[in-house]
Structure formats: structure tokens, C-alpha cells
Design a protein around this ligand. Structure first.
Ligand code: 13P
Length: 325
């Protein structure tokens, strides 16, 4: 295992003042995002959108790395990211699929042939990888067997990535969708993370050479009573302190459907609490891209305004990542 390289890249990705842009929407997900602006999801539209983001002048002040999707890295955009001072990475799971026998739960697939795919991504310039597993809430959910199946796949993905010299971003996401209260979300997040770190240990994943990507602990997006940002920070840190080993260099939050502003304010609140054993940063998709996408609207004349909106949101999130909003 190339330990020194893994540690170096992991630390670069979560370095103070910077975080990750998640631009790894699968074909299905990007089609959903484009539908909101009535844009057909063609290969050239997808490329234009991603190029607009990655070539925004000065964006590497705030963004350390970018997660790509298979199609995007093959379009040569990994080189564009590198040229603009950021590190290219790649999503390698093939999606969360319904788990047979467990209604309402999913298991993330993609382990078959992964060693060979990783070798190819190394040739295409990737320096890190991502795999997302989902914990669903509901009556009697999450179940132990599904938590374990997802955690074991995350661990196997992580150790294969490290073998290939790639920093794994281990992403267990406990969904924010729903009407649950913050305590329910805290319990499910804690259960998920305990199971994940147990499997990471058993499968000999080298913790200083990986990053954790996960959710903030929060009220359900549709809950009538919303916990404020200081309650979100407190509940999230309580779970991490109980569960996340201090040798993990960084925890990168996903935005998970929270608005750009809420994602920013919550990140600021958690970084205002004070020094923690891990860097507390971001790996946002929707929160970084949402406003710019609306402004762009698929039209090249809107490109400068869209890049400006993306720059401004990234700047604000980078300040929040230092608790300096
Ligand atoms: P969101 O920030 O839009 O949740 O996307 C992050 C991500 O990469 C989910 O896998």
C-alpha cells in the first residue's frame, strides 16, 4: 500500500479552507437536475455544464478536489480539473439497488470487476474514489443485516482503492428526507457509522488514508419542527465523538437536499464549536451547483453569471468550513 501518498492526498483534500465539489451525478441523477431547467440530458449538455463549473476562474481557492462520473472522466475533464489546480476523483459504485427481502432498504452495488476498473481510473488520472451507501429511515428501519451488507461493501471498496493507491471517500448517507425528528436521525446515523467503522477495522482499511463523507444530523427535510444550526452542530458532533476514530483525517459533509443556505449555515455552526480531531469540511453536490444551474439554464450567454454564482457560493461555503461566516 502506498501509505505516504494516500495520507498526503487525503490531507490535501480536507486542507483548511477547502472542500470537495461532488459532480458525480449518474446519468439518471443529472437528467433529474436538468429536468428542473427543462434541459435534455445529452452528452454535450452534460459536458458543457461540468466544464463551466471546473473552469470557473479562481475556484481552486475553495475547492480541493472534484468527484467525477465515469462518462465525465472519459470526456477528458480530469485533465481540466488538474490544470485548474484541483484533484480529480471518481465515483465507483454502480448505485443503490433495492435489497431483496428487505422492503424500503437498498444495498449499493459495484464490487464486481472493481480492481480492474480502479486500475483504469488511475490511468485516467484519478487520485481518489467515492462509494455511497444509503441508510433509509422508517418503521423498523434500518435493519441490522442491511446495515452490515452496506458497511461490508464500503470496507471492501475502501481497501481495494487503497491497494490501487487511491484515497477512498467512504460515504454512508443516512437520508434526511422525511418527517423524522433530529433524535431519530442521530440514532440512525450513529448505528450506521458504528457498523461502518467496525467493518473498516475488520477489513484492514488504513484510516489515515481515507476520508469519511456523511450527513449532518438534522431534522427530516419535511419535518414541521426544524432543529436550528446550533442544535444540528451539537447533535452531529456528539455522534462523531462517540463513533469516528481520531485517525480519520477529515469528515466531508454531503448536502443531501438541504438548501445551499442551510448547508452553508450548518457547516459554519459546526466549525464555530472549536477544534476537533478531524477536519470538518464539505463535499457538496446540490448545495454548490443548484443556484448556478438555475442561472445557466442551458444557455451559453448565461455562462459568466452562472460561474459568478458558483464562485460566490463556493466562497461562502469555504468561509463556513472555517467557521468564519
Ligand atoms: P449532495 O450534496 O447533493 O447530497 O451530493 C453529494 C453526493 O456526492 C452524494 O453522493
Amino acid at each position: 500500500m502506498q501509505i505516504a501518498k494516500l495520507v498526503k492526498v487525503a490531507r490535501q483534500l480536507c486542507q483548511p479552507g477547502k472542500g470537495i465539489l461532488a459532480a458525480d451525478e449518474s446519468s439518471g441523477t443529472i437528467a433529474k437536475r436538468f429536468k428542473q431547467i427543462n434541459l435534455p440530458s445529452t452528452e454535450s449538455n452534460r459536458k458543457s455544464w461540468r466544464e463551466l463549473l471546473f473552469t470557473t476562474r479562481g475556484i481552486s481557492q475553495f475547492i480541493s478536489g472534484v468527484i467525477l462520473y465515469d462518462e465525465t472522466i472519459r470526456q477528458g475533464l480530469g485533465q481540466v480539473i488538474k490544470k485548474n489546480g484541483m484533484i480529480p476523483g471518481i465515483k465507483v459504485d454502480t448505485g443503490a439497488k433495492p435489497m431483496a427481502g428487505f422492503p424500503g432498504e437498498t444495498v449499493t452495488e459495484g464490487l464486481d470487476g472493481l480492481r480492474e476498473r480502479l486500475a483504469e481510473y488511475v490511468k485516467l488520472g484519478a487520485q481518489f474514489t467515492k462509494w455511497r451507501a444509503v441508510t433509509n429511515l422508517g418503521k423498523g428501519l434500518p435493519t441490522k443485516p442491511v446495515l452490515e451488507a452496506n458497511a461490508q461493501a464500503l470496507a471492501r471498496f475502501a481497501v481495494l482503492s487503497q491497494e490501487a493507491g487511491l484515497v477512498p471517500i467512504v460515504e454512508p448517507e443516512t437520508l434526511m428526507e422525511g418527517q423524522h425528528d433530529i433524535q431519530t436521525h442521530a440514532r440512525a446515523t450513529k448505528k450506521t457509522l458504528i457498523t461502518v467503522f467496525d467493518q473498516l477495522k475488520q477489513f484492514r482499511v488504513y484510516l489515515p488514508g481515507m476520508l469519511l463523507k456523511t450527513n449532518l444530523v438534522a431534522s427530516g427535510l419535511a419535518a414541521t419542527k426544524q432543529a436550528d444550526s446550533s442544535a444540528v452542530a451539537k447533535a452531529t458532533l456528539a455522534v462523531f465523538k462517540a463513533v469516528v476514530p481520531q485517525t480519520v483525517p477529515g469528515i466531508m459533509f454531503l448536502s443531501g437536499g438541504m438548501s445551499p443556505e442551510a448547508s452553508t449555515v450548518n457547516l459554519d455552526a459546526i466549525n464555530k464549536v472549536g477544534r476537533q480531531p478531524w477536519q470538518l469540511s464539505f463535499s457538496y453536490g446540490r448545495a454548490l451547483q443548484g443556484e448556478a444551474l438555475e442561472i445557466w439554464n442551458g444557455q451559453s450567454k448565461n455562462k459568466p453569471a452562472a460561474q459568478q454564482a458558483f464562485y460566490q457560493r463556493a466562497q461562502k461555503i469555504a468561509w463556513a468550513r472555517q467557521g468564519r461566516l
